[in-house]
Design a protein around this ligand. Structure first.
Ligand code: DX5
Ligand code: ZN
Length: 220
């Protein structure tokens, strides 16, 4: 599958969010990564469906990848689907009924995925591979941008890549946290094909340069 670069708007200037998202898409991004934090499941508070809808109303037509770091999960899903989410991913620990939550996402017409924290075991994949469009491995503990990539994620990526390949299904393998132009090559080699990067893009003077450096690294 074609690699996808998904800038995390957590590191964007929220006062100018529409422009920031437009800029980063014009700079070559494929997907908008949208971090939803509730100050309960994770120790930070960010944005909800109204902001997703506002981006759609502003004219953003690229896929929006909603990463839910909220508990409970289920009741916010219809709101995000109506607000224009393309992908909705959630942490299995935050859902009482993982299979039901996945079904709810799909019934609302979105692509569904599970997110694994660095220490979350992969057994949550065991009975739901047929319902997944994406598997997201966190390479930092969720809650904040600008943290360092946790190296043990590489081995975990390799394990998930094997499981995806064995399933024969088209499931994206996404990685989120501390991704930058220096480590993205190893991350791609471990099997990822969807790369979230917040600070490594939005803290750079040129988003286009930042994104094209990443693409160069993964196309070599
Ligand atoms: C962390 C978020 C990430 C984060 C990535 O909880 O899920 O999407 O914003 O930011 P960087 O790339 O700066 O680690
Ligand atoms: Zn995220």
């Amino acid at each position: 599958m074609q690699p996808l670069i998904a800038p995390s708007i957590l590191s964007a200037d929220f006062a100018r969010l529409g422009e920031e998202v437009q800029d980063v898409l014009e700079a070559g991004a494929d997907v908008v990564h949208f971090d939803v934090m509730d100050n309960h499941y994770v120790p930070n508070l960010t944005i909800g469906p109204m902001v997703c809808k506002a981006l759609r109303n502003y004219g953003i037509s690229a896929p929006i990848d909603v990463h839910l770091m909220v508990k409970p999960v289920d009741r916010i899903i219809p709101d995000f689907a109506k607000a224009g989410a393309s992908y909705i991913t959630f942490h299995p620990e935050a859902s009482e009924h993982i299979d039901r939550t996945l079904q709810t996402i799909k019934e609302h017409g979105c692509k569904a995925g599970l997110v694994f924290n660095p220490a979350t075991p992969l057994h949550y994949l065991d009975h739901v591979m047929d319902k997944l469009d994406v598997i997201l491995l966190m390479s930092v503990n969720p809650g904040f941008g600008g943290q360092s990539f946790i190296p043990s994620t590489l081995e975990k990526l390799r394990q998930v890549r094997q499981r995806i390949d064995a399933s024969g299904r088209e499931i994206r393998l996404e990685v989120d946290g501390g991704v930058n132009a220096d480590n993205i090559k190893d991350i791609a080699a471990a099997g990822a094909d969807m790369f979230v990067a917040g600070s490594a893009i939005f803290n750079q003077p040129s988003y286009a340069d930042a994104i094209s450096k990443m693409r160069q690294q993964i196309s070599q």
